[in-house]
Design a protein around this ligand. Structure first.
Ligand code: DC
Length: 225
């Protein structure tokens, strides 16, 4: 049911800054719905890889984004991502998808489709929404805007620990180069690049643990809501 009083907290920032972990915990604490917009771009990239084996045909990928039914389902094990009813929560986190997702996310028609879905979700519930352009473009009237960041070294270290747990091999240096390349692609793209909204609060998590970052966002939320 749509409710004009629905509150939104936006958390933008580069890959590996801790956005999804922090956003999920803030949402749980406040009983808001967590919306991972990166997962939506990843779902389109996954489908494009399935259907085309590549992500270089922009028109074909725009069509895929248009047709794909993407659902985010809250579950006790975290957020599940469904594409046309199929649970692809694990598949969208593979290095293959990470490798192509920036190319998918720069396609205007893909962004238009996903942004309209994201706005619809924010109309239906109080949300904590994380991404790159949430404060600047998707929900410019959000009550609370956070820009979460951390040094490239620290972000690579976190991603390495996360991937290692899942059994992926590869070096830290490689990961650091990938993260830096994705930062560059996301920040320099023409449409809705990753940029801090001037009114967003900057939260550097390089020396913060998760609970400290969550607490900082909750305090910010309390001050504004
Ligand atoms: O947060 P993530 O790593 O799961 O995001 C995957 C990609 O999607 C990343 O390269 C940036 C892009 N993205 C975007 O362009 N806009 C968003 N709102 C969210 C993610």
């Amino acid at each position: 049911m749509s409710n004009e009083k629905n509150i939104a907290i936006t958390i933008d920032g580069p890959a590996g800054a801790g956005k999804s972990t922090v956003a999920k915990k803030v949402a749980d604490r406040l009983h808001f719905t967590y919306i991972d917009t990166g997962a939506m771009y990843r779902a389109v990239a996954w489908k494009a890889l399935q259907e085309k084996g590549a992500c270089d045909d922009e028109a074909a990928i725009a069509q895929i984004a248009q047709k794909l039914d993407i659902t985010l389902e809250q579950s006790p094990n975290g957020l599940r991502v469904l594409a046309d009813g199929q649970d692809i929560s694990e598949e969208i986190r593979t290095p293959a998808v990470s490798h192509v997702v920036s190319a998918v996310a720069k396609i205007g028609a893909v962004r238009e489709r996903l942004v309209s879905l994201q706005r619809l979700l924010a109309q239906k519930a109080c949300v904590v929404m994380d991404g790159r352009d949430i404060a600047t473009h998707v929900l410019p009237n959000a009550a609370v805007k956070i820009f979460l960041t951390a040094s490239v070294d620290e972000r690579a270290r976190r991603r390495y620990a996360e991937l290692k747990q899942k059994g992926f091999s590869g070096s830290m240096e490689e990961l650091k180069a990938q993260i830096a390349a994705r930062d560059k692609a996301d920040s320099e793209r023409e449409i809705s690049p990753l940029v801090k909204a001037s009114e967003a609060i900057l939260l550097d998590t390089t020396h913060l643990n998760i609970e400290e970052a969550v607490e900082a966002v909750i305090n910010e939320a309390k001050a504004h809501i």
